[in-house]
Design a protein around this ligand. Structure first.
Ligand SMILES: Nc1ncnc2c1ncn2[C@@H]1O[C@H](COP(=O)(O)OP(=O)(O)OP(=O)(O)O)[C@@H](O)[C@H]1O
Ligand SMILES: [Mg+2]
Length: 277
């Protein structure tokens, strides 16, 4: 990626915006460069550069209105940027719908998760991509229920959250378990990257921990996660790197091992930029 053009280098060691550093020199799974977006006169994003590498959990933090959801909506196909490029495995991609983004391997887990509460766990995992029986019955379009149940089980085992039976209705599960289904579904769809916008905001403490473990497990299996959260202690614990958005710009890329939670807060509020007391 070229050097960042919009966010100045504030001279804070290890925090230059838009860094390319991965440690291993590999091409990022997903990267954005120069993404800008305005809503009328509101400039929500101003030349955002961001990279996410295989196996990485990257936190995207910032104050209310900093532009986090706008960026996620652009990456998940819900919004079109006014300028900038998105790359997957180094190749420029474009899409105009959430289905288009999914086809590129970008799966998004939202707070409300969009699960069908009356359907079973396994049916939710396969929603929209039901497997059809191979062989003579295929002509009739019969669904291969047994194989879907078996692979739903495998997908969920990868998330390591206990669901009980994959036959139970999704609406009867806890928030943490629903997150597991949503992430299990993302894994099942062969996603290249998972975006999570405030996945733990409405969850209890224990369930937040579970979702945290889930994120770490998915990333350790190679699927990187971009995690948006206001829960800074959790972001600090979980993330390999934290990108801070301030007024639509990535102003810092911090590594928790090199900074404190307070350092992150000072970039979020703008204090580290010297723009606020
Ligand atoms: N559809 C829209 N129309 C007009 N303005 C919008 C729209 N969506 C977002 N904005 C504006 O863009 C800016 C960024 O909003 P965004 O939702 O991306 O912030 P955020 O970082 O996700 O905040 P929060 O932490 O509160 O969720 C805000 O000023 C917001 O008012
Ligand atoms: Mg938001």
């Amino acid at each position: 990626m070229t050097s960042d053009q919009s966010a100045p280098d504030h001279g804070h060691p290890g925090t230059r915006a838009g860094i390319t550093e991965s440690g291993d020199g590999k091409v990022p799974v997903i990267s954005v460069e120069g993404i800008s977006k305005h809503f009328g006169s509101v400039q929500a994003l101003r030349g955002v550069d961001l990279e996410v590498h295989a196996g990485e959990v990257v936190g995207l933090v910032g104050d209310n209105g900093a532009g986090k959801s706008t960026l996620v909506n652009i990456l998940s196909g819900g919004l079109q940027p006014n300028s900038g490029v998105i790359r997957i495995d180094g190749k420029q991609v474009s899409f105009t719908s959430s289905l288009g983004a999914r086809r590129m391997g970008i799966e998004t887990v939202y707070q409300d998760l969009a699960l069908a509460p009356d359907l079973s766990v396994w049916a939710n995992i396969f929603l929209g991509r039901e497997e059809v029986v191979k062989g003579p019955l295929r002509a009739f379009g019969w669904l291969d229920r047994r194989s879907m149940i078996a692979s739903a089980q495998t997908d969920l085992e990868r998330t390591r959250i206990r669901i009980g039976s994959v036959g139970s209705a999704a609406g009867r599960l806890s928030g943490g378990q629903r997150q597991a289904i949503a992430v299990g579904r993302a894994v099942a769809w062969g996603s290249r990257v998972i975006l999570m916008d405030e996945p733990t905001a409405a969850l209890g403490v224990e369930q937040q921990e579970r979702v945290g473990e889930l994120v770490a497990n998915v990333a350790s299996q190679g699927v990187p996660v971009l995690l948006i959260s206001h829960n800074l202690p959790q972001v600090y614990r979980l993330c390999h790197r934290v990108a801070v958005l301030f007024q639509g710009q990535v102003v810092a890329n911090l590594r928790p091992r090199d900074c404190t939670v307070e350092d992150i807060v000072s970039w979020i509020t703008g204090a580290a930029l010297g723009t606020k007391p």
